[in-house]
Design a protein around this ligand. Structure first.
Ligand SMILES: Cc1cc2nc3c(=O)[nH]c(=O)nc-3n(C[C@H](O)[C@H](O)[C@H](O)COP(=O)(O)OP(=O)(O)OC[C@H]3O[C@@H](n4cnc5c(N)ncnc54)[C@H](O)[C@@H]3O)c2cc1C
Length: 462
């Protein structure tokens, strides 16, 4: 019997672009294999919770395999913290079940509504990248269903070429069915955070450089509209897990010493529910927000903050992406190498501030060493992420920023992208040809593709 599908308008988190796709919803690995073998659609791509911003998990007029029903925990070793689970398990489900038991994610993005499959495919990074690297550092192995129907156990030791093509490979080497990853021990659901208000970019970067290593986590909110002497003014938020013994008494269970200290809050508190008018986030409103945000965030040490608030502030509002209106938004995230990064950041922030475009959420962070993923994003240096509403002239403007990024040896992040040109992408990722070679061997019949893969020529077309 042919697998069922429905035709749906899908988008990534930025709600741009929106495309008609044929959505399959398998519950078992045999069903995923049947979909790939069915020949019903011109091609297929896996999809998790759709938190990539652009067209990575879209396949216009072709197949999209939604993995979220394959979300079973398979095993857990309480001594080593090794969790084996299906790829549709979300980081939210892991936090919800394991945090009260004293375990947390080794790397987490700014939302917990992403799947393990999506985390592997984008080789995601978190606020601890400067110390711990990206998600793949904690993945022991995974089962990959290849486009020819084989299931391969891949790790840095077994099928290492396929392992390193799959982490960061945006679903184009096969469907990750299940994975084993190492969780980290924590004894509270809190972080001690030091806030530091940096008056400009130079000061922010120098402070990160001088003292980031003292903290497990480091990130900065940056005022992307400030110009002149205050260009790049930021609020640095750096912290480390809070030991239960150092929590105030009200958060400690008198008997076990940790009980309440590991409590997890439940789900989003608000739902945006409607599309805001597209003009809501304009230059003036964002300027006013930035001024107020900078003013209220004073330098302060050892502030006790819950993990939820520190890592996932936006998860408190369901569908916050509707704030950008019906036209949607893009997240423009780049990595710049250490040597040329300061200059690159200065030039790009200056161009943005003069453009009249407002980035509501702008985040700056230092990256540690690059990992082994052929298309993994991080490289030693800095990363800047900007949310920019879709509006007239955005495409040429971002292509101009791409040029500046390339001129400084940098690159864009596939998990956020929807607009980069294929030739620019190839110039940013020197290992693209190695990726294509492995992909071609795994997928001789060109079963896998996505809207992103076609736009960026990540795979050779049949
Ligand atoms: C608010 C917010 C904050 C974020 N913060 C960060 C951050 O700090 N750091 C960071 O690195 N990223 C961040 N992201 C991006 C997000 O972590 C990645 O896009 C992640 O890949 C999304 O996972 P998903 O399950 O939603 O996958 P989707 O968006 O559905 O898919 C992403 C990619 O994974 C592939 N994929 C999904 N499942 C599988 C599978 N089972 N097998 C093979 N391939 C698969 C898809 O084909 C696609 O190419 C953020 C996103 C949001 C919305």
């Amino acid at each position: 019997m042919n697998p069922n599908f429905s035709t749906q308008s899908l988008s990534g988190w930025g709600r741009y672009p929106v495309e008609l796709c044929r959505l399959f919803r398998p519950e078992k690995r045999s069903e995923v294999a049947a979909i790939l073998a069915s020949g019903l659609q011109p091609s297929y791509i896996s999809r998790g919770l759709g938190r990539s911003y652009g067209d990575a998990a879209l396949n216009e007029n072709a197949g999209v395999i939604w993995h979220v029903r394959m979300n079973r925990f398979l095993s857990f070793d309480g001594a080593s913290g090794v969790l084996e689970c299906e790829s549709g398990v979300s980081l939210d489900e892991i936090v919800h079940y394991f945090l009260p038991r004293g375990w947390f994610l080794p790397v987490t993005p700014g939302t917990k509504y992403v799947t393990v499959g999506g985390a592997i495919a984008a080789d995601i990074h978190g606020k601890n990248h400067h110390r711990d690297g990206s998600f793949s550092n904690f993945v022991l192995d995974f089962n990959l269903l290849t486009p020819t129907g084989r299931v391969l156990l891949c790790s840095p030791a077994e099928h290492p070429d396929i392992f390193w093509a799959t982490v960061g490979g945006m679903g184009l080497t096969g469907a990750v069915l299940s994975a084993r990853m190492r969780l980290r021990r924590v004894d509270s659901a809190y972080v001690f955070v030091d806030y530091y208000r940096a008056p400009n970019l130079e000061d922010a970067l120098a402070t990160m450089e001088a003292s980031d290593e003292r903290y497990e986590y480091s990130v900065a909110w940056i005022d992307a509209l400030a110009t002149g002497k205050t260009m790049g003014r930021s609020v640095l938020m750096r912290g480390s897990h809070a030991p239960a013994a150092e929590l105030p008494g009200r958060l400690r269970n008198p008997r076990s010493g940790i009980g309440n200290a590991l409590a997890v809050s439940s789900g989003p508190k608000w739902n945006l529910g409607i599309d805001f008018p597209s003009w809501t986030l304009n230059w003036l409103t964002v300027k006013a927000f930035n001024t107020a945000y900078y003013a209220v965030h004073h330098t302060a040490l050892r502030q006790l903050v819950s993990l939820e608030k520190f890592f996932y502030p936006l998860d408190a509002i369901k569908q916050w992406n509707r704030m950008y209106g019906k036209r949607g938004f893009v997240q423009y995230q780049i990595a710049l190498p250490q040597a040329s990064g300061r200059e690159g950041l200065r030039i790009i922030l200056d161009r943005l501030a003069r453009s009249g475009r407002a980035s509501f959420l702008a985040v700056l962070k230092r990256f540690g060493d690059a990992g082994g993923g052929l298309l993994s994003f991080p490289l030693r240096g800095y990363t800047l992420a900007l949310d920019i509403p879709v509006a007239r002239g955005l495409v040429p403007f971002l292509h101009e920023l791409d040029r500046m990024t390339m001129d400084h040896g940098g690159r864009i992040y596939l998990a956020k992208d929807s607009l980069v040109r294929a030739e620019d992408f190839a110039a940013m990722y020197p290992k693209l040809d190695s990726f294509r070679t492995i992909q071609r061997k795994l997928d001789p019949q060109r079963v896998l593709s996505s809207s992103m893969a076609r736009r960026l020529k990540l795979v050779e077309q049949a």
